[in-house]
Design a protein around this ligand. Sequence first.
Ligand code: 0O2
Ligand code: 0O2
Length: 210
Amino acid sequence: MVQHWDLFLAPYKQAVDELKVKLKGMRSQFEMQSMHSPIEFVTGRVKPIPSILDKAARKGIPLDKLEEEMQDIAGLRMMCQFVDDIKTVVLLLRQRTDFEIVEERDYITRKKESGYRSYHVVIRYPVQTIKGEKNILVEIQIRTLAMNFWATIEHSLNYKYSGKFPQDIKERLQRAAEAAFLLDEEMSQIRGEIQEAQVIFSRKQDNPDE
Ligand code: 0O2
Ligand code: 0O2
């Protein structure tokens, strides 16, 4: 069984590793041209086996249908400074030719009941193997730093409460999500000033004697 999982997950691991390099490359290209990067940082993971089994049981996905029906066994996350950067990142993803977009889910204009906000793009990514090309599904979550802050903490609390939050915690988390969203809006409004400060800061770092 262990060997079976290793074999099954190998192309997912390869896809995550390759996509991390590719998506981080987008950030480096902006940096190289001294442009504001819409991407702050990129992380990636292959879903741990217990989480795959939990989700399959929860959603009634038979284990022999995981490939087609579980879209986030390979997951990438792209963090942005500003809400507007998310649109830019999505446009950049749409124009790439190394994968095909299968589905987009906008949980920013339509947040989840929990308060969760993020933009999800599901792609079909071709992995080259010694037995030929294998297309696998990968979920890319694009979110601001504030959305990520909220989601990370809510996710760990979810484990603590096994997914069943007491009503007061649920409401406080919803309010915290709104606070994070207001912070994003405020930061966007003062974006111009922030960006100007960043340009001056990076120029000073490059030329400390100036
Ligand atoms: P750097 O030089 O820190 O930017 P691996 O462990 O090799 O599979 P990786 O990329 O190290 O892969 O791990 P993971 O968990 O996918 O991504 C973590 C990356 O996200 C690390 O960058 C962290 O520094 C970066 N990161 C996490 N939180 C933040 C944050 O709040 N702000 C910023 N700017 N970066 C964050 P790297 O790739 O190690 O490179
Ligand atoms: P992980 O790896 O633990 O993060 P669902 O029916 O919501 O379980 P679905 O329909 O496959 O899942 O897709 P969806 O909702 O577009 O994306 C699911 C993933 O989005 C989750 O993965 C989370 O990473 C993230 N997500 C969705 N809703 C929430 C939320 O309320 N809070 C937080 N923190 N994250 C959320 P998993 O499966 O939970 O796995």
